[in-house]
Design a protein around this ligand. Structure first.
Ligand code: GLV
Ligand code: MN
Ligand code: MN
Length: 404
């Protein structure tokens, strides 16, 4: 099978997206429910409409395109997201949405009227609201109401206020008629590149467990407060950060990881002992038992550090997800599709979170990974060749057309 329209479509679409949220030094910032994410969705919908597809938006702002008529049941949904982290790359999420659109175009070029739709989901990244997969979670009913209600952006504006300001409804109508979900994504790791492999077929997705830790000490004069009398929240935070790292290292053999990715410090001036420090903690793993041990270790160490340093603290769960197993029959079919396409492939877990997590309990769900340069992602240096996205499109097309 040869692709006929994908290269041109990808080239044009990446060029159209390029200025949105572009940073002077390269890379993009397109945070969820900001004007940059709005612009990405508008651009996607305009392009899909101009290509002649039926285009619609749901009540939380996810965008869709399909050739089939409204009300069609039993379609395959190809999805991913259009938001990014702060100082992220152009391919995380976008590659999957554009691969979906390319599949629609290739099917039409072959006069193959398979029922396939493309979804561009909102707010997959936790960078703005500390909660991930919001758009897909709302329309699949998998985002818990209390998580949604507690979420607020980096300035403290509630997620619900953003939804209202956009004219969206929090009680989203659930997505109907979707019989299976497939997502193409860049790997965001180095395994495929190191093994010289063109396609990854995802077996399971690691669950993120996110916490916000607020450490309250005492802000005081940095010159006049003797060392033994201090309750320095940043020094406590420094110990916690290393304790989280150690907990992750202890579970590394089980493929779990632990990160403190964000620090806020107050008053954050040179001449005051820090009084309040807030940390965002991201624990991830494929195995529930390993995640539980990670959580227990972090909780115990935070308690010990704070007691020793006279620091009050509040450790709050922001978003707790469970590890997700992807559909085994789809894994086999995706491997067979890669085989038919003549592409080297391997089955592998995903350390990163994806919209596919929202679908796995509802319908057969599969994911295709393509390599990204040096495995770098969530970084302005993120890069994937268009030919690598085309490989993924080929695999999806072979699977859909039953040519595997
Ligand atoms: C999504 O990109 C994640 O943080 O895994
Ligand atoms: Mn991401
Ligand atoms: Mn992503």
């Amino acid at each position: 099978m040869k692709l006929t329209v994908t290269e041109k479509l990808l080239t044009e679409m990446f060029a159209r997206f390029a200025p949105i949220g572009a940073l002077p030094g390269g890379g993009v910032t397109r945070l969820a429910y900001t004007e940059q994410e709005d612009a990405m969705h508008e651009c996607f919908r305009d392009a899909a409409r101009a290509l002649g597809f039926r285009v619609w938006t749901d009540c939380v702002g996810n965008s869709y395109a399909a050739a089939f008529p409204e009300g069609t049941q039993g379609y395959t949904l190809l999805g991913s997201h259009l938001d990014s982290v702060i100082e992220g790359g152009e391919y995380d999420g976008v590659a999957g949405v554009l691969a979906g659109l390319a599949v629609l175009c290739e099917l039409r070029a072959r006069k193959n009227p398979l029922p396939v739709a493309v979804a561009a989901f909102r707010c997959e990244e936790s960078s703005n609201f500390r909660v991930c997969t919001v758009g897909s979670g709302l329309v699949t009913g998998t985002l818990e109401d209390d998580v949604l209600r507690a979420a607020s952006d980096r300035q403290g504006v509630p997620l619900l206020a953003h939804l209202r300001a956009h004219g969206y409804e929090k009680d989203a109508a659930l997505l109907r008629g979707c019989a299976r979900y497939l997502e193409l994504h860049i790997e965001q790791g180095r395994v495929l590149q190191e093994r010289g492999c063109e396609i990854g077929v995802v077996s399971a997705i690691a669950a993120p467990h996110r916490y916000v830790l607020r450490l309250n000490g005492m802000a005081e004069h940095s010159g006049a407060t003797p060392m033994p009398l201090r309750r320095d929240s940043l020094c406590a935070a420094a110990e916690v950060i290393l304790a989280v790292e150690r907990a992750g290292q202890e579970e590394a053999a089980n493929d779990s990881v632990a990160t403190v990715g964000a620090v806020e410090n107050r008053p954050n001036v040179m001449n005051a002992v820090p009084g309040t420090t807030t940390l965002q903690i991201d624990l991830r793993g494929i195995r529930e038992d390993s995640l539980r041990r990670l959580e227990q270790a972090v909780t115990r160490r935070v308690e010990e550090i704070c007691a020793r340093r006279g620091i009050d603290y509040a450790l709050k769960a922001a978003d707790i997800k469970h590890p997700v197993q992807l559909d085994e029959a789809l894994q086999r079919a995706l491997c067979a599709a890669a085989e038919t396409a003549g592409l080297s492939h391997m089955v592998m877990p995903s350390g990163a979170g994806h919209d596919a997590m929202s679908f796995a309990e509802l319908c057969p769900t599969g994911m295709v990974f393509i390599p990204c340069r040096d495995g770098v992602s969530h970084n302005i240096r993120e890069h994937t060749e268009l030919s690598q996205i085309e490989n993924g499109v080929l695999v999806l097309l072979h699977l859909l057309s039953g040519e595997a």
